[in-house]
Design a binder for this molecule. Sequence first.
Ligand code: F6R
Ligand code: ZN
Length: 193
Amino acid sequence: MVEPDAVRPFGVEIDLQNGRMLRPERTTVRRASDMRGYYADPGALERLIEEGDNPVHYEVFETPVPETPGNLMYCISALQPGLVGQEFFMTKGHYHEVKETAELYLCLKGQGLMLMKTETGDCTAEAMARGRLVYVPPGWAHRSANTGAETLVSFCVYPAEAGHNYGDIEQEGFPKRVLRVNGRPELVSAAAE
Ligand code: F6R
Ligand code: ZN
């Protein structure tokens, strides 16, 4: 039975034009220095930290609900445009701790790619652009990369009990990277690293 007083109905305002959650309860900020170990060119990241004043990479705005089955967690994810060497700014990426949990990303602003991979080595990418919805199935790790000139903003929703496993991606990375090649985004194999 649903606990009647577990969460009361509520509403949250989202500025769809600018892709902001108004008055979020929790904001997670990831700066360039939080991304050490993730990019192919660590020297370029250090230069960005030192010379670029450790810029914000991305922010996640939330008004959380209890992390229990039946609830839906949701957030606005806002990833800045930029390059680390020739690699587009990206999120850390993660598996969900509870493997059987999927996620929906509805892109509100910007241009990008959602990289997804399974533990068995399957890897693919889906385009992100305003009005495009990307479905991340259960068991697929996911990371977004901003390939455009403006902030890449998505509304994300997933089962509240999903949890996040960052450690595996921190260790393994993804089989592909999103690099600028001849001025355009390209998926490049990370195998040679
Ligand atoms: C939640 C989710 C997104 C990301 C956000 C930042 O399950 O996938 O809200 O949390 O895009 O990326 P990470 O969490 O990989 O740093
Ligand atoms: Zn997720």
